[in-house]
Design a protein around this ligand. Structure first.
Ligand SMILES: C[S@@+](CC[C@H](N)C(=O)[O-])C[C@H]1O[C@@H](n2cnc3c(N)ncnc32)[C@H](O)[C@@H]1O
Length: 220
């Protein structure tokens, strides 16, 4: 499953698509990349979407793509830190974060900001990488699991991960209601062989070389 179909499924899963009362009017796309989710939501629901990213290049490309698709009045993008959002409390009826939570070094602050900018009765959708939940008898992941996670974090420049249960706890601590969580690993897993295949092209290899990742992986 790729990001786009995950996005569509996320909307469906949280009944945003089916229930007309949940159709978003005002959306923040937290960690928007080049804005695919925002353009989809803007064109599907006519919602006004504001995407935020740390990357000026992404924000510029996202604005250009929105303009090219005639969506400039509905989807706009800016460089903003998700942990310090400039928006007033309760501004958005849909707060959307697709594969950006794993980049946030402070998960509590991240979730807090998402909740702060959500309007009363609004919806927060977080699709993110999590490690497995710990068993009641466990205090931490197994050493080999930690080692594997460290490798992934090094390769993708990611901070420490948390589990789904920890996210749920954070959301509960903010007294949010109707919290649902689900493990989508089995649907996402087939995406990774496709990523590897795409890297094994001339273009993929040259971009890896440019990013230094190939040097890193050869060195490890
Ligand atoms: C893997 S990309 C996901 C992009 C997009 N949501 C998608 O699904 O295609 C992660 C995004 O999170 C953004 N990001 C990471 N840390 C951030 C932060 N502190 N504040 C805002 N955006 C952040 C990155 O700039 C990037 O746009």
């Amino acid at each position: 499953m790729n990001s786009n179909s995950s996005g569509t499924s996320s909307l469906y899963k949280f009944q945003v698509e089916e229930d007309p009362t949940k159709r978003p009017k005002s959306v923040v796309d937290v960690g928007c990349g080049i804005g695919g989710s925002s353009r989809y939501i803007a064109s599907k629901f006519g919602a006004k979407c504001q995407g935020i990213t740390l990357s000026p290049v992404q924000a510029q490309r996202a604005n250009a793509l929105a303009a090219a698709q005639g969506l400039s009045d509905k989807a706009s993008f800016q460089v903003t830190d998700a942990l310090e959002q400039p928006f007033p409390d309760g501004q958005f009826d849909l707060v959307w974060s697709m594969e950006s939570g794993e980049h946030m070094p402070d998960k509590a602050k991240f979730v807090n900001e998402l909740a702060r900018v959500t309007a009363p009765g609004g919806t927060i959708i977080i699709v993110t990488w999590c490690h497995r939940d710990l068993a009641p008898t466990e205090e931490s992941l197994q050493p080999w699991e930690k080692e594997l996670l460290n490798k992934i974090c090094d390769s993708f420049y990611l901070p420490a991960w948390c589990s789904t249960a920890e996210y749920v706890k954070l959301l509960q601590s903010l007294s949010l209601q109707d919290i649902k969580a689900e493990d989508w690993s089995q649907y996402v897993a087939p995406f990774w062989p496709a990523v590897i295949r795409s890297a094994l092209t001339w273009k993929g290899l040259t971009s890896l070389l440019r990013s230094g990742k190939l040097d890193n992986s050869c060195g490890s």
